[in-house]
Design a protein around this ligand. Structure first.
Ligand code: SAM
Length: 209
């Protein structure tokens, strides 16, 4: 758990270039339905309503699935083109979702939520930014609100891509603001062929104080 051995962090313009051209379906993180780990967790909690923020929504598939589940969804991303394409998906499916272009490191959202969903956002940031992320996301949740966080794990062997996160980091960085309900090893289920990246799935409850 240190700044050593971290992968390079992408510039905001790089994220925009992923979405400006081409089909979102070809992006490595694209998953058409709700991520199975999020789906199972929300099922086990009986969640069919509430206010949810899909942080770093990208193609918007997670936001759309959450809205179809019955939640009131706000979806944000740093990339304007991602937001444009995600909004188009929502329109095609007849869903009402609030979309905002927003850099989470310079957050301009004022609302607070029952749930924050992070599929592949936390792990794009350098260690110092991840420390900042914890305080920002805690500020976006109601007391007792839930953060579902899925990121690359330190068991993933390939070298490139996002940062690798160890369970010890989650415990250390989040424990002040959150109760760490669980941290589980899983994979990023993929819509395409090829090995599925090893992942950590964490359930974090904002402290009530
Ligand atoms: C790995 S993708 C995951 C996208 C989406 N959550 C999904 O599962 O399909 C990471 C996303 O984070 C967005 N992103 C990167 N830095 C960001 C920032 N500072 N603020 C908001 N979004 C950011 C990127 O544009 C990209 O869409």
């Amino acid at each position: 758990m240190s700044k050593k051995n971290e992968n390079p962090v992408r510039e905001p313009s790089t994220w925009e270039s992923f979405y400006r051209g081409g089909e979102v379906e070809s992006l490595p993180w694209y998953y058409p339905g709700l991520d199975p780990d999020f789906d199972a967790e929300l099922d086990s909690r009986g969640v069919r309503s509430g206010e949810a923020l899909d942080l770093c929504t990208g193609p918007g598939t997670q936001a759309a699935a959450l809205a179809e589940r019955g939640l009131s969804v706000t979806a944000t991303d740093i990339s304007r083109s991602a937001i444009r394409k995600a909004a188009r998906l929502a329109t095609e499916r007849g869903l009402t979702i609030v979309f905002r272009q927003n850099d989470i490191m310079d957050n301009r959202l004022e609302q607070i939520f029952d749930f924050v969903i992070d599929r592949g956002c936390y792990h794009v940031f350098a260690f110092e930014q991840r420390q900042k992320y914890v305080a920002i996301v805690a500020g976006l949740l109601k007391p007792g609100g839930i953060l579902l966080l899925k990121c690359f794990s330190n068991r993933e062997g390939r070298r490139d891509g996002p940062q690798r996160i160890a369970p010890a980091e989650i415990k250390r960085l989040f424990s002040l603001e959150f109760e760490v309900e669980s941290i589980r090893h899983t994979v990023f289920q993929s819509a395409s062929d090829g090995p599925e990246p090893k992942a950590l799935f964490s359930i974090l409850k904002k402290r009530e104080r």
